[in-house]
Design a protein around this ligand. Structure first.
Ligand code: GLU
Ligand code: ZN
Length: 485
């Protein structure tokens, strides 16, 4: 009988979660949701020197922000907690001692210098580096002598001769010869657990059935399986593994800080939508089975299977993520768009958030919705609507100070003044007739000057709509002010 599916995401938050972590979390979540199973979230903070409370909080916030809700874990609790490994040290100590009693593990008294000397000798003899088993069968006298020397002792797992074989759902049958899996440390001399012990013990005690995680952890799998065995699990009780392909940067090296990987917090600050990030990351190594690029969270849950995950590395492509984000922004209702954009405008100091300002932003949104790929572009685009004193950007200044520009601006002012119904249609009609038809100017030149005078820059949302939003009085006042420059 198959067990109910339980998938876990188990980051070690030594920094903000990044693209690779989140791709893993997303696949874990999607697999749990697809199968109707449980999604468990565990914080692997055994390395207390590198994991901080701040990073833990940020990891929790990031998952929430992305909409990856969990059924067991921090904040929501569950029957298998606590879900922070730092609160489970006594559990790991218990198991380390049990393994010692069972003779699955032993105390190793080797000093770092001795271990280094072994590695040195192995290197010299062209052998695979690893622990040589020195303390496997120490005599009572040897142990007494080490204790007399006040040596610390780590707990080391005994790796029997042979091989470990398991079926990876993505890679097929995997085999590891124990010649290359030396006896490994479970707990440090001070009793604190290492990753392999904590992760394996927790996956068993928390009844995890599926481990979908990054390919970088593939080589730790035989060690984890060794811990399951020592805990008394039978092979059919082991969790099933699926190692996700690496995410590569544009330079074909594994994605890292150096070649483009940045934290999810960065994307959030830039104004990417969680749905867009999830949509894009879902396509890194997985495909819905056709070549569609727009996948909703709901579709992802419906369609996600591990069989459709590719075993070869996926390439991170910022342009594609931006395109998806732009598409999702265009699909927003104006109400939703407004609620996403307001915090960006307030943070940038463009508005303070009064009802009048919000009303004007709302009217302006339709003219920029087609034009942006992320929300952080909006403050610069709409700033001209909210400043009392318009500052013309320095590159554009010469373009409205010359004599030709003055002629254009003077004529525009004269023609615009009589307009009684100030709409983008009337503004456009008047300016086209006078500047293009009558004066014979090129639209780029004519409208360029008016644009700089009214919005302060050479790039702005559509000109006539911008002038309509700005209002007649302010538009004319700005043209006059430009004439005086
Ligand atoms: N805590 C580990 C890490 O962040 C991952 C544990 C696992 O998925 O097995 O690298
Ligand atoms: Zn030793």
């Amino acid at each position: 009988m198959s067990r109910p599916v339980k998938v876990r995401f188990a980051p070690s938050p030594t920094g903000d979660l990044h693209v690779g972590n989140i791709r893993t979390a997303l696949f874990d979540w999607a697999y749990a949701r697809h199968t109707g199973g449980t999604f468990l979230f565990r914080i692997e903070d055994t390395d207390t020197t590198r994991v901080t409370d701040e990073y833990i909080k940020a990891a929790i916030d990031t998952l929430k922000w992305l909409g990856l809700d969990w059924d067991e874990g921090p904040e929501v609790g569950g029957d298998n907690g606590p879900y922070l490994q730092s609160q489970r040290f006594d559990i790991y100590t218990h198991w380390a001692h049990t393994f010692i009693e069972q003779k699955d593990a032993y105390y190793c008294y080797c000093t770092p210098q001795e271990l280094e000397a072994v590695r040195e000798a192995q290197r010299a003899a062209n052998q695979a580096p690893g622990y040589n088993g020195h303390c496997r069968e120490l005599s009572a006298e040897q142990i007494a002598e080490y204790k007399r020397q006040e040596r610390g002792a780590v707990v080391r797992m005994r790796m029997p001769e042979g091989t470990t074989t398991f079926v990876d759902l993505i890679r097929g049958e995997m085999q590891f010869d124990h010649k290359f899996v030396p006896d490994f440390v479970l707990a440090r001399a001070d009793g604190s657990p290492l990753y392999t012990l904590a992760v394996a013990v927790d996956d068993v005690l928390m009844k995890v059935t599926h481990i979908l995680r990054g390919e970088d952890l593939l080589s730790s799998t035989p060690r984890q399986i060794r811990v399951y065995q020592a805990m008394g699990l039978k092979e059919q009780e082991y969790p099933v593994f699926a190692h996700l392909p690496f995410v590569m940067g544009a330079d074909n090296a594994k994605l890292s800080k150096r070649n483009g990987e940045v934290s999810i917090a960065w994307y959030r600050d830039k104004g990417f939508l969680p749905e867009a990030i999830c949509n894009y990351l879902a396509l890194l190594g997985w495909s819905p089975g056709d070549d569609r690029e727009n996948v909703t969270m709901k579709e992802l849950c419906e369609l996600f299977t591990v069989e459709k995950v590719n075993s070869s590395p996926a390439r991170f492509d910022m342009k594609k993520l931006e395109a998806i984000n732009g598409d999702k922004i265009r699909a927003l209702t104006i109400e939703d768009f407004l609620s996403w954009v307001l915090p960006f405008l307030i943070k940038a100091g463009v508005i303070s958030g009064t009802p009048d300002e919000i009303e004007l932003v709302k009217r302006a949104l339709p003219i920029i919705q087609e034009r942006i790929i992320m929300f952080s572009e909006v403050p610069a685009m709409l700033k001209f609507l909210f400043v009392q004193e318009l500052t013309i950007e320095s590159e554009s200044l010469p373009k409205i100070k010359d004599a030709d520009a003055k002629v254009i601006l003077r004529r525009s002012l004269k023609e615009l003044e009589p307009i009684s119904e100030w709409t983008h249609t009337t503004i456009e009609a008047v300016l086209r007739t006078s500047l293009i038809d009558e004066m014979g100017l090129k639209p780029r030149v004519a409208f360029g000057a008016v644009r700089i005078a009214t919005t302060g820059g050479a790039v702005s949302p559509p000109l006539f709509e911008s002038m309509e939003l700005l209002g007649k009085e302010a538009s004319l006042a700005r043209i006059s002010a430009a004439l005086a420059l």
